[in-house]
Design a protein around this ligand. Structure first.
Ligand code: UDP
Length: 343
């Protein structure tokens, strides 16, 4: 049973699901954490994800309340489906709920993107990562430093470095991407730490409205709601081209055509690296530290001066393959099947 619930998980599952279905039976559960067409359905159709066998409707509410509702619903599904194992991705409420519900039912858990750490426990995602890893039987890491984090924490499960499934997706879908616009800055922002606090949100708007040139910002619904509530959307829209949340193909086209990306997303930092686009990260920590060490990513938090300085930095000459060879999905499926058939 695979449990997914939001945008980045649909992207990651697109590297694994069809491969898994070729060799085993998969029951896909969509928790409904992201339910809008723009954050959900478009990814299923564009990336060839199978329709979920179970669609729950558990979005909204606080992290705690949402996770609790998911735990309860998943307990029932696990009892009726009785899967050999539960597969979860990343660091969301759906990840933690899937892992914990399975572990409590005595069902093995495999976690894709295990071992990522920002070492910032104030981020809800960091709690989800740590707790999920410690409930997992099989920890599938995108990189060696992620595996090292898990060894340091002495997790109970088996650790395997499989590479990053988002590399697979970028390669699979890449040829269908048509770059039309070029020379712009591309922005994404939706982390609670940046948009839920009105003072931080105002700083974000100040930073973005001070950027030079053409700035494109596909707006996450959470960010739109916070901007509207704070009365900041109009000021932002006067300087920045606001777009709806985009499908993967359209977003990737804008990413590939960008001179740089500014983001607080985890996945987008990594996709920028893969596309050879310099990244300015609107946070003071990152779990994707290798991209910073390679000189392609700069952490500026919400400091406008630091952001402008980062945009002036020339891109490094080298871009080593940090996240594997695009065959992570295959290794994930091999690892799952050997766990299920093993002793
Ligand atoms: N993405 C997209 N359309 C957008 C913004 C992002 O398709 O308008 C994709 C992006 O390419 C990446 C994923 O969504 O694959 C990242 O999701 P998000 O930033 O929501 O989550 P995070 O990676 O921060 O967990």
């Amino acid at each position: 049973m695979t449990v997914v619930g939001n945008r980045p998980q649909f992207v990651k599952a697109a590297a694994v699901s069809w491969r898994l279905r070729a060799r085993a039976e998969e029951v896909l559960v969509h928790t409904g954490q992201h339910y809008d067409e723009e954050l959900s359905q478009v990814f299923f159709s564009e990336l060839g994800l199978p329709a979920p066998e179970h669609r729950l409707d558990l979005g909204g509410g606080s992290n705690t309340a949402q996770t609790a509702r998911m735990l309860e619903a998943l307990e029932g599904l696990l009892a009726s489906e009785r899967p050999d194992l539960v597969l979860v991705y990343g660091d969301t409420n759906s990840t933690l709920a899937g892992a914990l519900a399975a572990a409590q039912a005595g069902i093995r858990v495999a976690h894709v993107e295990a071992g990522m750490r920002s070492f910032d426990r104030a981020m809800p995602e960091e709690l989800n990562r740590v707790l999920t890893d410690h409930a997992s039987t099989l920890l599938l890491c995108p990189s060696e430093p992620a595996a090292e984090n898990l060894r340091r924490e002495a997790v109970a499960g088996r650790i395997e470095v499989v590479g990053d499934v988002m590399v697979d997706v970028a390669r699979l879908v890449g040829p269908r991407v048509e770059v039309e616009r070029q020379g712009h800055l591309l922005v994404t922002a939706h982390r609670a730490g940046n948009v839920d606090d009105p003072a931080r949100l105002a700083r974000l708007v100040e930073l973005l409205t001070g950027l030079p040139g053409e700035v494109l910002f596909p707006l996450h619904p959470r960010t739109r709601a916070r901007l509207e509530a704070a009365g900041l959307l109009d000021a932002l829209a006067r300087k920045v081209e606001i777009l709806p949340p985009l499908g993967y193909l359209e977003f990737t086209a804008l990413l590939r055509g960008a001179t740089a990306v500014l983001t607080d997303s985890g996945g987008v930092q990594k996709e920028a690296y893969l596309a050879g686009v310099p990244c300015v990260t609107l946070r003071d920590t990152t779990e994707w530290t290798e991209t910073v060490e390679a000189g392609w990513n700069t952490l500026v938090d919400l400091d406008p001066v630091a952001a402008q300085a980062a945009l002036q930095r020339p891109a490094p000459a080298e871009r080593p393959p940090l996240y594997g060879d695009g065959r992570a999905g295959e290794r994930v499926v091999d690892a799952l099947l050997s766990l299920v058939s093993g002793p």
